[in-house]
Design a protein around this ligand. Structure first.
Ligand SMILES: [Cu+2]
Length: 214
């Protein structure tokens, strides 16, 4: 009996060693690297899984970890922007002063209003001319552009007008950094993208450690 237990323990140790042998998965960007903030005594309106402070839009390339999601409501792929943790359509009441934060560690992004629409579907134009220079003097409406937001930096903007806006990054719009922002009382952000599939799932055989070179 004792020997059998010992064997089981050895097996567990063995599995653990194997699981740790994968060199930590290299430098892949983890989808959950968004800094988690402690929120001071907020009410029950904060049941959503917020990794960002309230009234904050986080942005980065979908491939940096925030992901993208196909929205049935908007009939479009939305990506690169979130007010929780991963890509989703955005929603705030009018009059809100928000912070746009670049979640990237290395890439500069912007938040530009592409155009205003009346509702679904969100038809993102093919090659819109998005301004890299800041426009709109801190007021988000048609024509607004944040200007360069360097990695880890933020800008503030006030959502002055009710409306539905297509937004995008001037640099990475064609790489899927475009989203829908609804400015309306009681509007809610859409469902979040699922985490990007990791390549670091536990190996099932030793061959998983073979060098990936051809
Ligand atoms: Cu960008």
């Amino acid at each position: 009996m004792a020997i059998k237990l010992f064997a089981v323990a050895l097996a567990i140790v063995g599995i653990t060693l194997v699981a740790c042998g994968g060199r930590g998965g290299g430098s892949s960007i983890m989808p959950n690297e968004v800094t988690t903030y402690t929120l001071p005594g907020m009410g029950s309106d904060l049941v959503m899984t917020a990794a960002l402070p309230k009234r904050t839009i986080g942005e980065e390339l979908p491939l940096e970890g925030i992901g993208s999601i196909h929205s049935n409501k908007w009939k479009a792929d939305l990506g690169g922007f979130t007010q929780e943790e991963r890509a989703q359509s955005l929603a705030f009441p009018p009059g809100t002063k928000i912070t746009i934060r670049n979640l990237s560690k290395s890439i500069t992004h912007t938040l530009d209003v592409v155009k205003e629409i009346s509702g679904p579907p969100a038809k993102f134009p093919k090659n819109p001319n998005l301004s890299i220079a800041a426009k709109g003097h801190g007021k988000l409406e048609a024509g607004y552009a944040s200007g360069n937001i360097k990695p880890g930096k933020s800008v503030s903007v006030t959502l002055v007008k009710e409306g539905t806006y297509l937004i995008g990054c001037a640099y990475h719009y064609s790489e899927g950094m475009h989203d829908v922002l609804v400015v309306k009382k009681d509007a809610r952000p859409g469902p979040q993208a699922t985490p990007s599939p990791k390549t670091t799932s536990p190996p099932t055989s030793r061959s998983s450690y073979a060098p990936s070179e051809p």
